[in-house]
Write a protein that binds this ligand. Structure first.
Ligand code: TRP
Length: 334
């Protein structure tokens, strides 16, 4: 708890181009949580270097992501929006938690196995202990809830295990976090292969709508989206492509699938796809304008980066001092 509010932590990596899926599935929902929770939203740049990065590109993308958080509607006065690398407590706590995590546990992480097979030439120790850094992110702020997609559930489970293990030895040091399962955490699938999640790293650029795609590109990608030969607008698992387009339309327009099916009863797929394209443009075009405006105001963004890093650091240090004392590190002489 901070004051009256429960604490929420989440983060995103600034690698790859963010997609409509990242926005509708995560960012858009984050905005609705900031009244109820004390929120920490991090740009997790320390996680990014587990895979080799071009430094200039990483720096640019990290700033773009932080700007996007604000453009999407996260008020930086109310939400702590910051770079993970600006708060050294993440690394310090991660080291301690490494000593409370078993090799066997990390060996079981499916994302590690995945990434190790994709980056066989660079299976570094950071990639292996990635989930421990993530646990440190969460536990450092005593987070009660963590909004994550299903792909991160295994990491969150591990975080809970580490917290409970530590608490069992040293008393109630960490809040044991819970997954936040959003009401309408839309899971957006690829437009070309609707059985796969829409991804930043899709080889087929037509499968994903990128947040910075221009309106014509968005319309074209929607028009080309894979559907089926049944030719009827229904919300059914048998029509995964259409199902996904309905989900996208619903998330953009804040409607329910039932309403959408009624609205487009008797229409052809072409007409519906056009409407989806327009709905997406109506969401992304203003978002892009806000990003462009914010980017112009360098000193405003710099101010937020500085203030929020200080705020994050304050809470991080509180936890860290407690943990350091528990494990037996000598007190600093001031
Ligand atoms: N690993 C997460 C992802 O790739 C990002 C992340 C890092 C995160 N630390 C976190 C998410 C803490 C939630 C909480 O999506």
């Amino acid at each position: 708890m901070i004051g009256e509010k429960k604490v929420l932590f989440s983060g995103m990596q600034a690698t790859g181009n963010l997609t409509l899926g990242n926005y509708l599935g995560a960012l858009k929902n984050w905005v609705t949580l900031s009244d109820e929770y004390e929120c920490f939203y991090s740009v997790v740049d320390m996680h990014s270097i587990t895979v080799r990065q071009d430094p200039a590109t990483l720096r640019k993308r990290a700033r773009a992501l932080l700007t996007l958080y604000i453009a999407a509607g996260l008020d930086p006065q109310k939400n702590c929006i910051y770079y993970q690398s600006h708060v050294s407590g993440h690394a310090e706590l991660a080291w301690i938690l490494n000593c409370f995590t078993y090799m066997g546990e990390l060996n079981r992480m499916t994302q590690f196995k995945d990434k190790a097979s994709k980056h066989a030439d660079n299976i570094n120790a950071g990639l292996f202990t990635y989930p421990v850094l993530m646990a440190a992110d969460i536990l450092l702020y005593q987070a009660d809830v963590v909004p994550v997609g299903i792909d991160q559930m295994q990491h969150l489970e591990l975080t809970r295990d580490i917290a409970q293990r530590f608490n069992a030895v040293y008393g109630d040091v960490f809040t044991v976090p819970q997954a936040y399962i959003g009401k309408s955490g839309a899971k957006i699938m690829s437009l070309q292969e609707p059985s796969k999640k829409m991804s930043k790293s899709d080889e087929n650029p037509n499968g994903s709508i990128y947040l910075m795609d221009d309106p014509d590109t968005i319309r074209r990608k929607c028009k080309r989206a894979v559907t089926d030969s049944l030719g009827e607008i229904r919300y059914s698992e048998e029509q995964p492509g259409l199902h996904n387009l309905i989900d996208i339309y619903c998330a953009c327009q804040n409607k329910t699938p039932d309403e959408v099916v009624k609205e487009f009863a008797g229409c052809g797929y072409g007409q519906f796809k056009e409407a989806v394209g327009e709905a997406v443009v109506a969401i992304l075009e203003p978002l892009q304008k806000r990003v462009a405006e914010l980017e112009k105001d360098k000193s405003y963004i710099d101010g937020i980066i500085k203030e929020n890093a200080e705020k994050a650091n304050y809470f991080a240090q509180k936890t860290l001092r407690k943990v350091q004392k528990k494990v037996g590190f000598p007190e600093k002489i001031r």
